[in-house]
Design a protein around this ligand. Structure first.
Ligand SMILES: [Zn+2]
Ligand SMILES: [Zn+2]
Length: 383
């Protein structure tokens, strides 16, 4: 028996995983996801209860109201501290956020801060580069990210009332569910609470998934964020996601008058009533700088393309190995020999390609730095 045949009889060596591939502990927990799926089905019970006008109005109110608590509270306040408010409104904002059934404020904001620190890199928990459905909902249904990343949210974790809400995050949704039932009966519960909650979930999740895929890029950010009027309409202004990644500190995400940002409008009204203060907004200089249209190098898109190219290189290697293995049962020794040769050649090619990708990324990063420097005179010193 040939030594080569013996040595290479095992399948082609396993290819190292692409950087964006999910690890073994990043799998949807099917058992604990059952309640999530059931909530999606509950609104169908309206075939028995019928749909009343009160229930529909209630559903619109609970959608818009809770979306405001998520965007103004969980996102722009707890995640980004883009304005200030005293302790009582802060508590009410957090409680309002919990009624959306998206876990507690510390959990939500802690994970969101991590997203901004690592956007669209292999460390980003919910980058669409790791799979669209994963970014939309998979990461939420997996055990790995179920705990609050307290280290990312120490500034708010020091408030005992916020820790309480974060721990007992079910109080808000249950209280709202009962209220909907008492206000508009069974139909009120199904439409006003359950349907509205499902729509609100996906209305929020699209910012993690679609807002990094669909729409236009104005600013050359390091990630794949985009601006979409449709998503902004659904989310009271969160769809201006490229603006937001460019200038996260801003309480306003629609940077121009034609970019509808309902959340910012309400925050302005609250600031006139002195409930909130110090709303941060970008200066005209910041808004004018770092634009792709004016020659800023779009490093975010470039990186995403490179990541896809890298994944394709891995996939190609595996594909050829599998095809050879599939034809391998005749003349096993000759084929095993061929497989070994092709495998060696392929490994060498892949190393060259990966080297090329690394060099391209290095030069792209230099180019991005140069283009940012070139635009500096336009931007404010604080940018
Ligand atoms: Zn954000
Ligand atoms: Zn994002």
């Amino acid at each position: 028996m040939s030594v080569i045949g013996h040595d290479t009889a095992s399948p082609t060596p396993a290819h190292p995983k692409s950087a964006y591939a999910r690890s073994a502990d990043e799998r949807v927990n099917k058992l604990t996801s059952i309640p999530f799926i059931i909530v999606h089905l509950i609104p169908l019970l309206v075939v028995f209860t019928g749909i009343t006008i009160e229930a529909v109005v209630l559903g619109v109110v609970t959608y818009v109201g809770r979306m405001f608590f998520i965007t103004a509270g969980y996102h722009r306040y707890f995640s980004h501290r883009s304005y200030r408010m005293p302790r009582v409104p802060q508590f009410l904002m957090a409680f309002g956020g919990t009624t959306a059934a998206q876990k507690g404020p510390l959990w939500w904001a802690g994970h969101h801060r991590h997203h901004h620190r690592t956007s669209d890199t292999p460390e980003d928990v919910h980058s669409p580069l790791r799979g669209f459905w994963w970014s939309h909902v998979g990461w939420i249904l997996c055990d790995k990210y179920a705990d609050t990343p307290t280290q990312n949210i120490k500034d708010f974790a020091k408030f005992p009332e916020l820790r309480f809400l974060n721990r007992f995050d079910w109080i808000g949704p249950w209280a709202l569910g009962f209220a909907c039932y008492f206000i508009a009966g069974w139909s009120g519960l199904l439409i006003g609470f359950f349907l509205s909650t499902v729509l609100l979930w996906h209305g929020t999740f699209v910012i993690n998934s679609l807002a990094h895929v669909m729409g236009r890029r104005r600013y050359a950010t390091e990630d794949t964020s985009r601006n979409s009027a449709m998503l902004a309409l659904m989310t009271l202004g969160e769809g201006w996601h490229n603006n937001h990644h460019y200038y996260q500190a801003s309480a306003r995400q629609g940077f121009f008058w034609w970019e509808l940002d309902v959340t910012y409008g309400i925050l302005r009204a609250l600031s006139w009533m002195r409930i909130v203060s110090d709303l941060k907004v970008p200066s005209p200089q910041v808004r004018a700088a770092n634009r792709i249209r004016n020659g800023a190098f779009d490093i975010g898109t470039f990186r995403a393309h490179l990541a896809r190219a890298g994944a394709a290189v891995h996939a190609t290697g595996t594909g050829i190995g599998t095809r050879l293995a599939a034809t391998g049962h005749h003349a096993a020794e000759t084929l095993a020999e061929r497989r070994a040769q092709v495998g060696d050649g392929l490994t060498h090619r892949k190393e060259e390609l990966e080297e090329f990708v690394r060099h391209s990324l290095d030069s792209a990063e230099q180019l991005a730095r140069a283009s940012r420097l070139a635009q500096r005179p336009l931007s404010a010193p604080s940018d």
